[in-house]
Design a protein around this ligand. Sequence first.
Ligand code: ADP
Length: 334
Amino acid sequence: MTTFHYARLKLTAWYLLIIMVVSITFSITFYVVCSFGIDRIVGSRYLLSAGGNPDRFVLPLSIRTELEDFKTGLCFAFVIINGFIFVFAGGVGYFLAGRTLQPIRDMLDEQNRFITDASHELKTPLTALRSEFEVAMLDGKKISHTSILALISSGFDEIVKLQQLTEQLMKLTRQQKRKNNIPHGDVSLLEIIEVALKNVIPIAKQKHIVIQQEIDDYILNGESSSLSKLFTILLDNAIKYSPDKRQIKIISQKSGHTIAVMVSDQGIGINEKDVLHIFERFYRADTSRSKISGYGLGLAIAKEIVESHKGTISVKSTLAQGTTFTVQLPLKTV
Ligand code: ADP
């Protein structure tokens, strides 16, 4: 039996116990009150007919039998009712226990999936490191100075990858943990975007990419470091998935109490089947998997940040033409 089923049965048993204690207590009390009341009413009638003298008062046998039958019937009815309540409450309790425990089950499944995905991703650079070292060890004393240097250099690359991956994993778990209690304050949209731009401009320059910015200043309610991280991820991806010398645009558009920020590039684009999954942890489109380095965690972090700010994120893309990510965030209400 799985832990979930065991917990469900245990919770059902508790529900049932509480309901049965209440129901049986109520039945016994009702039975005692009814029996006592009927005895008193019938008794006082016959006492009157006996001229009010308790010494001459004897309840006729037929009446006594009738009273006993009535009490047995009452008792039987309570047993039937309680039996029915037991079966009904058991079924409903089992159903409710399942519903109560479902979010916990989902959370546990999600955590297990996360651990499996993370271990799988960590395994790849570790396996590469191990096999390189194994080959070098087999060569033993024959290994040349140049090979040692090459080994150190590729080992270093794998370590850097591992470090980047663990950092991203930590960012994602931290973001998930803080999802509902991010300290919110007044944040300037322009300032957030400027911080994000400062982070990515050196990489854009390397690829001769120009970033055009048309952001109006609005005040949002949120956490500035998370929000600049969000736009850094989107701008970083726009650069990463664009060929050299292209243009990237980041613009804002207000509509009612919402501000939309669009990050558009003229890059490789994402095909329809991948668009549905790119916000999932560790998902990478086939177009980028082989050529461009990454772990498929950036957009999962971005989504967590947007959701913790009660916003939405969406994407529109055409293969080989470009991609636009749109983030919608509520404006601060006065
Ligand atoms: P990573 O970039 O590390 O792979 P992300 O979670 O940031 O991880 O992105 C997930 C996937 O979405 C990427 O692997 C890529 O296939 C696709 N993607 C994200 N942004 C873009 C973009 N601007 N242009 C094209 N593809 C993109």
